[in-house]
Design a protein around this ligand. Structure first.
Ligand code: PLP
Length: 387
């Protein structure tokens, strides 16, 4: 029999030391499970914090993206521009709609969609007419662009919104990882047409499973609520006027979210300390960290760095019962998306993915644990230098 022991230092675990239990109990006692006051309160808290006019709780970040893309007008046969380096959910959501993603390579410093490359592609490989923007090669409509604010850094949104406007593209921000990240005073996910968030258990706040759609547009918000409640168009009769989904966030999970939001300032503080620790610890080594887009105040959601032989470092840490992971694989390398278009000059995403390692960064990690992680990494890197 094989025994799995939990890592002594986990990668990124939830921190449930606030009023989570109390609020869940209150939600259960209220007998309101599907909807209820915690859901309303959580949506309000998110709206106040982010400045989004409307926030709609959804069952997870992937579903939030699927609905947001639907609201943005993405239809079967369309193309949607996404960065090549992201979690697979961004690309999956596009596919759920019968559309295909086009992967745009990333910037080597920020690890986010390369906007020079995006602009170059749109200027030289598409054409516009009254129906929108079309790919010259396939004549398929390009309906939307999805900047992903990876690890807490934010794509240069003023420029991206300008490009999108020029080419009639809807902007859906994948802000799954970036609650607490601001750019020039504006919260991630609030400058495009729509933004989406994830509250799965490794995110900066969690509801176990959950997500949200953000928008300033009242009509889109109304339609989002409609779509996620099975497109029910009559208060009592079972009349559904379009294809809807059962994607609501439920009240007891929103209750966890309310308790988590109370702790967000403390979580952000700790994430910043953790990021600063790693940057300082490896300042003299041949490693690279994500550089922030100018004007960005990151939530530093997940610590990560680029280093040669990242996989062997993951193994060296595992031997010490410390959890680390490689960065995501480029989407264009995944079997499901291999046939889709990949736009690149010099294949940055594969290099960042190959050298990327995600490091332990729970908000509950202690200073001693951080020291231990960097000691193990430092020793592994020292051995390599000597060899
Ligand atoms: C960039 C990105 N997009 C989308 C998602 C999907 O969110 P969820 O896991 O809540 O469906 C995630 C979550 O892990 C993510 O990291």
């Amino acid at each position: 029999m094989e025994m799995c022991r939990p890592p002594a230092i986990p990668l990124c675990e939830p921190n449930l030391n606030g009023r989570e239990k109390q609020y869940i109990a209150e939600a259960v006692d209220s007998n309101w499970l599907s909807g209820g006051s915690f859901l309303h309160r959580f949506e309000q808290q998110l709206a106040e914090y982010t400045g989004a006019t409307h926030v709609i709780g959804v069952c997870n970040g992937t579903s939030a993206l699927q609905v947001a893309l639907t609201l943005a007008g993405v239809e079967k046969g369309d193309l949607v521009l996404i960065p090549d380096l992201t979690f697979v959910a961004t690309a999956n959501a596009v596919r759920y709609l019968g559309a295909n993603p086009v992967m745009i390579d990333i910037d080597a410093r920020t690890w986010l969609m390369d906007l020079d490359l995006l602009q170059d592609f749109l200027e030289n490989h598409t054409y516009r007419n009254s129906g929108g923007c079309f790919c010259r090669q396939s004549h398929r409509r390009i309906k939307a662009v999805v900047p992903v604010h990876l690890l807490g850094n934010i794509c240069e949104m003023d420029r991206l919104n300008r490009i999108a406007e020029q080419f009639a593209l809807a902007v859906v921000e994948d802000a799954a990882c970036s609650l607490g990240s601001f750019q020039n005073g504006r919260h991630s996910g609030t400058t495009g047409l729509l933004g989406t968030m994830s509250f799965n258990s490794n995110k900066i706040i969690t509801t176990a499973g959950g997500g949200a759609i953000l928008t300033h547009d009242g009509l889109l918000a109304k339609r989002a609520r409609h779509l996620i409640t099975q497109a029910k168009s009559h208060p009592t009769e079972y009349i559904h006027n379009e294809l809807g989904y059962n994607f609501r966030l439920v009240n007891p999970l929103a209750a966890i979210g309310c308790a988590q939001m109370e702790q967000l300032p403390g979580f952000l503080q700790r994430k910043k300390e953790v990021a600063a620790h790693y940057r300082e610890a490896f300042a003299d080594y041949e490693v690279a960290f994500q550089q922030l887009t100018p004007g960005t105040d990151s939530n530093y959601w997940h610590a990560a760095m680029l280093v040669d032989e990242s996989r062997s470092l993951v193994s060296a840490l595992a031997t010490e019962n410390i959890e680390a992971r490689p960065l995501w694989m480029p989407i264009h390398e995944l079997p499901v998306f291999r046939e889709d278009l990949y736009i690149t000059h010099n294949s940055v995403a594969p290099e960042v993915s190959r050298r990327g390692i995600m490091l332990p960064c729970s908000t509950s990690i202690t200073d001693e644990q951080l020291q231990r992680v960097s000691q193990v990494i430092g020793s592994a890197l020292d051995v390599r230098i000597k060899n």
